[in-house]
Design a protein around this ligand. Structure first.
Ligand code: BGC
Length: 741
């Protein structure tokens, strides 16, 4: 053995001994004790290191957006060994991930949390969350999240910043794409299912990752629907509308929570002790860690609530922010702040405890590295693409189907129009991995061809450009039916993509009118990451399909629904407005003293009601709405209070000629309360599959306790009169009454 080799062997042996000596005795099965053991051996600098999530792309050579395969900087690895970072952000690939964890274990002995935004895509691109929500399908949400967990490990991440639990009432807000829509219950159910899928029963099994509930809280209420904007909101509305999904996430065991960028009633969420300590920790019982949003601690200076970065660090950690993402206010200032007494050692220790606890829950001390063989064996790319196709099928919402235009008649000649119909890229969404080269993705054109449709594609127009009417006329002349793609590009929604207009951009209506003038049936497939206002399209098209951003396998999923191989399963989880000016528009608006009365025979009838002069404030398509290929009728709706549950039941009949499934929804209104309450609130739902002519009694049990609300910080369930609707959407149904004694 040469001297050099001998030297490296000695260093390696010493490193292993150091690692085990460093935290010998930490026990995965006694997390709290192990957290204390680790904490007691850390220096002040190492504790501060745990609170920093550094920016990954600066840690590789050359600096890159995707760090897998890139060379890790020696200075970075030295920092990891020294315990300078508790976490890094980015996609590293398994090899780099393992190299980072090896360096950490050789050095300070504490593995890193390695996080990235695997929102609807890690390897396979699934539909955007808003689309997935429309499936109203907890099993699907959980399966997609579980598939994403293993795929995220393959990308070199043990932590993802999802689910987004921001109730979104305003279609102008671009981030409406990233969450479950406008309903607290549905958003919470989807979030909890995703947390179960991502984290599994046991996060130490090497196939699951830590989830992050974000953006805490009421980010979706930003003024004017403008991203990052301030939020002014009563405490009652905060508790009744925006907090419930986070409570459901905490109850589902979410490992981490990310406070939002904005200020709530003047106090930025990143330094809001009321939100982070009083509500999240004390009231909700959250025991995991909090991570700031990207540079949000530093942004406290721009908010004008911190004098400088040191002040920002002190305010954030004192308010309960455990880890800082990207900016380095903690790393640069905490040592001085602790010495000066502006941050107590206990506060710092508690933050580190919360961080270490997540690392133990993930089993990282025992298995810091990803077992690539195990994870690769667990990821079946074909099965995941099939899942993405199923997810697309179930996310699509059929909004109109005049004269049974859909499903397409077998053998019909189809003219397919519009740039998005043949664009692989435009099937993706705001958080796609965007790596089209490696994976098979399908356009709508591909999907129709794969399903055996006789289809001829002509671009004829782009969503934002000019319309070639001659090309449309030529294409339509040869066809029996026209399918045309409308809406907006996916880049127009998501973070930092709010819009002051949600109408169809460009000259799309010109394309609609040209097709209509040719006298052929028009199927409009609308793409986009937000509800758009398209009353003219809705009137002129024979069928309208809301396809959202359906993901890499979206083309197949949409085609399956258009030909009837899959039934239209999706139901809206947002209201579709008639025009931008009515935003925010949501079905659960508070009752007023002058409710809207729309009397078509009397144009002045709406005067002095809570209305507009020029447009109905009702939805073009309401929350919960979506057609199938058959029809259903409801009868015998009843509500019976049995102890601590209300049993809602109805006889649902399939009145059409095809087998199909109906999403039975229960809405409730509290008729007399201490504060004005929503005109309707979703309280439960159940899907039922029925043969033609079949009737089934559907029963939905709702806990009496869930019929209450917060007033002045207190949750009350008041005896009294309630109205309920058991219906297929939030605007219809026969009102039935019941009372709580
Ligand atoms: C977004 C978060 C995201 C984070 C990390 C921020 O700009 O608001 O949702 O998780 O970046 O990429």
């Amino acid at each position: 053995m040469t001297n050099k080799v001998l030297y490296f062997v000695c260093v390696a042996v010493l490193a292993v001994q150091f690692a085990s000596a460093a935290f010998g005795g930490v026990r995965q099965d006694d997390v709290e004790q192990s957290v204390e053991t680790v904490l007691s051996r850390l220096t002040l600098e190492q504790k501060i290191g745990q609170t920093w999530q550094c920016l990954g792309r600066e840690m590789v050579e050359p600096a890159s957006g995707d760090m897998s395969g890139e060379k890790l900087k020696e200075s970075f690895l030295a920092g990891v060994r020294a315990g300078r970072y508790g976490s890094v952000i980015g996609k590293w690939g398994v090899e780099n991930y393992n190299a980072i964890q090896r360096a950490a274990m050789e050095g300070v002995g504490i593995p890193l949390l390695i996080g990235s935004d695997m929102i609807h895509s890690a390897v396979t691109t699934y539909p955007i969350p808003l689309a997935l929500a429309c499936s109203w399908d907890e099993s699907l949400w959980e399966r997609v999240a579980e598939a994403m967990a293993a795929e995220s490990l393959l990308q070199g991440c043990n932590w993802t910043f999802t689910p987004m639990l921001d109730v979104a009432l305003d279609a102008r807000w671009g981030r409406i794409a990233e969450g479950g829509g406008c309903d607290p219950l549905l958003t919470g159910l989807m979030g909890a299912a995703m947390i179960r899928g991502l984290q599994g029963e046991d996060m130490t099994d090497g196939l699951h990752i830590a989830a992050c509930a974000k953006h805490y809280v009421c980010y979706g209420a930003s003024l004017g629907g403008r991203d990052y904007n301030a939020v002014e909101l009563s405490d009652d509305t905060l508790r009744n509308t925006y907090l419930p999904p986070f409570k459901m996430a905490v109850d589902a065991g979410v490992a981490t929570v990310m406070p939002a960028f904005h200020s709530y009633n003047g106090v930025p969420c990143s330094m809001n002790a009321y939100l982070l300590r009083d509500i999240l920790r004390r009231e909700m019982g959250f025991g995991g860690m909090t991570i700031s949003d990207w540079e949000a601690v530093k942004e406290l200076v721009k908010h004008g609530t911190a004098a400088d970065e040191a002040d920002a660090a002190a305010q954030a950690i004192n308010a309960g922010m455990d880890m800082e993402m990207v900016s380095s206010c903690y790393a640069k200032n905490l040592a001085t702040l602790v010495k000066e007494g502006r941050v107590s050692m206990k506060t710092l220790d508690d933050a580190v405890r919360n961080i270490l606890r997540v690392k133990f829950r993930l089993g990282l001390f025992d298995h810091p590295e990803i077992d690539k063989t195990k994870v690769t064996a667990a990821v079946d790319p074909a099965a995941n693409r099939a899942l993405a196709r199923e997810a697309a099928q179930k996310s699509i919402v059929l909004l109109k189907n005049e004269a049974d235009t859909l499903p397409l008649t077998s053998g019909a000649k189809v003219a397919l129009l519009g740039d998005v119909a043949a664009s692989e890229w435009q099937m993706l969404g705001c958080w796609s991995t965007k790596d089209l080269s490696k994976f098979e993705n399908a356009t709508l054109l591909d999907g129709l061809k794969a399903d055996g449709v006789d289809v001829v594609y002509t671009e004829a127009y782009t969503l934002t450009g000019r319309v070639d009417t001659v090309a449309i006329e030529r294409a339509v002349a040869e066809a029996d039916v026209v399918i045309a793609a409308f809406g907006d590009y996916w880049e127009k929604s998501g973070e930092g993509a709010s819009s002051s207009k949600i109408e169809l951009p460009g000259e799309q209506l010109e394309a609609v009118r040209t097709v209509k003038a040719c006298g052929k049936p028009l199927v409009a497939v609308v793409f986009g990451g937000r509800p758009m206002a398209f009353p003219v399209l809705a009137e002129l098209a024979d069928a309208v399909v809301m396809a959202w951003n359906p993901g890499g396998c979206g083309g197949w999923g949409i085609a399956d629904v258009l030909i009837g191989a899959a039934e239209p399963w999706g139901r809206l989880t947002v209201d579709i407005p008639r025009t931008t000016g009515v935003c925010p528009l949501f079905y659960s608006q508070t009752t007023t003293g002058r409710p809207v009365v729309i009397d078509k025979s009397n144009p002045f009838g709406r005067r002095f009601t809570s209305c507009y002069n020029d447009v109905e404030p009702s939805a073009l398509y309401p929350f919960g709405f979506g057609l199938g290929y058959t029809t259903f009728a409801y009868s015998g709706e009843r509500a019976e209070v049995c102890g601590d549950v209300v049993v809602f039941s109805a006889d649902v009949t399939n009145t059409g000629s095809r087998k199909g499934s109906e999403l039975v929804q229960v809405y409730v209104r509290d008729e007399v309360a201490k504060i004005a309450r929503p005109r309707r609130e979703l309280k439960g739902f159940k899907r039922v599959e029925l043969e033609p002519g079949e009737t089934r009694q559907v029963e939905i049990k709702v806990p009496v306790n869930s019929l209450g609300y917060f007033v002045q910080g207190r949750y009350v369930v008041e005896p009294g009169r309630f109205t309920a609707w058991i219906a297929s959407d939030s605007d219809h149904g026969r009102a039935i009454r019941f009372s709580i004694k």
